[in-house]
Ligand binder design. Structure first.
Ligand code: F6R
Length: 242
């Protein structure tokens, strides 16, 4: 695990965007695993700006997002489908047919998850997986548990994740209680992993991910076993790390 310390959020976003851009330059038809949340917004914004200048070309890229709320249509402004279009896909020259997010509108969880696993496998798994990290160490929606999860599955969100995500909804009651998420085993199959984190609220999770025991109680800790994982985080998120 390599740790890159940045001065602030902007620096984190630019360095992460540089790594993703380099991946796409080296392999124009890269498969990218993508995340939603607040952390990657700056990274997506930077990539979109470079794309507008002609410095970054996503025309051959395929993407697979980590997760989606169960029960939301693709057009729902709270869905991750919508989030990705608004914050990234509509701002770059990607073919929207090459973008994939688990189908939260399919109430049949087994079917939706198996179909997503089949698609990710057929694509050959991501060349680069972008991850944020939850304050409880979750990656995707893989919450602290007794075992590491495997493929895409339906999860019931923990109260702390519902509370953390409620900032993006009008009321906490509006946050969906379940989500479909790629499993930890699938995430670990990516050929490279880029974790981004900023802010003091992530400091404990970042320390546990990088220096704590590898345990499903901190799902991100398994990334210590990945052979090509880079953490790009700001001073505050790394404040507990040596
Ligand atoms: C979302 C996802 C989540 C977030 C995490 C951090 O697709 O995978 O694991 O990365 O909850 O969220 P933010 O960036 O909002 O702090």
């Amino acid at each position: 695990m390599r740790i890159i310390r940045t001065i602030d959020y902007r620096d984190m976003s630019r360095k992460a965007a540089n790594i993703i851009s380099a991946q796409v330059i080296l392999k124009p038809d890269s498969v990218l695993g993508l995340a939603t949340g607040t952390t990657p917004l700056g990274t997506y914004g930077q990539l979109a700006a470079w794309c507008a200048k002609g410095d970054c070309d996503f025309s051959k890229v395929h993407t697979y997002n980590l997760d989606e709320y169960r029960g939301l249509t693709h057009e729902d402004p709270q869905s991750y489908h919508y989030f990705m279009r608004k914050n990234f896909f509509d701002k770059i020259n990607i073919d929207i047919a090459n973008t994939h997010v688990p189908d939260g509108s399919n109430p049949n969880a087994d079917e939706a998850c198996a179909e997503y696993d089949r698609m990710v496998e057929e694509a050959g798994y991501p060349d680069l997986q972008l991850l944020g990290i939850g304050r409880n160490g979750h990656i995707g929606f893989n919450e602290p548990d007794d075992v590491f999860s495997k493929g895409t599955h339906c999860v019931t969100l923990t109260p702390s994740t519902i509370e953390a995500n409620s900032r993006l909804f009008e009321r906490e009651e509006d946050v969906p209680r379940q989500a479909y998420t790629m499993g930890v085993q699938t995430i670990m199959r990516a050929r490279s992993i880029l974790v981004i984190a900023n802010g003091e609220a992530k400091a404990q999770a970042v320390y546990d991910m990088c220096f704590g025991p590898v345990t499903p109680k901190v799902p991100a800790s398994i990334l210590q076993l990945h052979t090509n994982c880079v953490v790009v985080a700001d001073e505050e998120a790394l404040s507990l790390c040596p």
